[in-house]
Design a binder for this molecule. Structure first.
Ligand SMILES: [Zn+2]
Length: 151
C-alpha cells in the first residue's frame, strides 16, 4: 500500500505536505484534488500536484513542475505548534504556561527559537479559550446555577 500524503488543517483550510513543501488546495472534482504551492504568489512558484482522496487520505497521483525555491522545514513545525496550542486550549484546563511547556517540549530548539515570545503564545491560548466558552445557566427550585464550559 502506498503511503498517504501528510495533511493538516490551518485556519480552516486543508494543507498538503510533499517533501516538506506545503501545498494549498486549488480545486477538487469528485475525489481528485488539485494543489498549488503555497509560495505561488510570493515566489511565483508554479509547482502543483494532484491527489486522489481515498478513505479520507490523500494519495499523490501526479507531481508536476519542480519548485523554484527551497523548503522551509521549520515552518511546518511552527504551524503544528500553533495547532497544538489551540487544541490544548480547547481540550484541557491546564494553564497557558503548562500548555506552552508541554507543546514545545516535543520540538527541537532550532524550531522553538524562531517562535514569538511567551506572551504572544499565551495570547493564542486565551483567544482560543474565549472563542469556545459558553455560560450555562440553570434554575432549579429558585436557585440559579451558572457554569462556564468549553465547547
Ligand atoms: Zn513551490
Amino acid at each position: 500500500m502506498e503511503e498517504a500524503c501528510e495533511t493538516y488543517m490551518y485556519r480552516g483550510n486543508v494543507k498538503l505536505v510533499i517533501d516538506n513543501f506545503i501545498m494549498t488546495k486549488n480545486k477538487s472534482t469528485g475525489s481528485l484534488y488539485y494543489w498549488r504551492c503555497e509560495k505561488r504568489s510570493s515566489k511565483h512558484c508554479r509547482s502543483c500536484a494532484r491527489t486522489v482522496l481515498i478513505d479520507g487520505k490523500h494519495y499523490l497521483r501526479h507531481n508536476m513542475t519542480p519548485h523554484n525555491h527551497t523548503t522551509d522545514a521549520s515552518r511546518k513545525h511552527i504551524i503544528a505548534i500553533y495547532e497544538n496550542l489551540k487544541r490544548n486550549a480547547r481540550e484541557t484546563n491546564d494553564t497557558p504556561r503548562q500548555i506552552i511547556q508541554m507543546v514545545l517540549n516535543g520540538f527541537p530548539s532550532s524550531v522553538t527559537s524562531s517562535l514569538p515570545k511567551y506572551q504572544a503564545l499565551s495570547n493564542i491560548i486565551s483567544r482560543e479559550r474565549k472563542k469556545h466558552i459558553v455560560v450555562i445557566t440553570l434554575i432549579d427550585r429558585g436557585i440559579i446555577y451558572s457554569q462556564t464550559i468549553s465547547v
